[in-house]
Design a protein around this ligand. Sequence first.
Ligand SMILES: [Zn+2]
Length: 127
Amino acid sequence: MSQHSSLQEHRLILQLLDERRELAGALLRESEALAEADNGVGIYEASEPSVAGELAICCDSELRLLELRELHLQQTERALERLREGSYGVCRSCGEPIGSRRLEALPVASLCLRCQMTSETVGVLSA
Ligand SMILES: [Zn+2]
């Protein structure tokens, strides 16, 4: 039974690597386009509140898209790391198996459904 996932894992790694490459490429293109649109003000250099505020107004949706992509990229990286470490598919909060159905739907999931829901509830409550 422990051999069951080697082929699946191999495919998953390829899929995640692919996704990572696409995300990284898109991220680069978009941040370059944003930087150009902002007259060379890089979004990461925009530490001045006024500049950041202006950027937030003019490029809000683009920035949000970038943030989402970046988040997704980080999650993909972490999933790859867990695959390498052999901790993939194990909930990082409670240590229980995440469940193959959830992993199929969300390959980068690092929390089981129960812990995910708990963390989301906590997030909503503390927000
Ligand atoms: Zn859990």
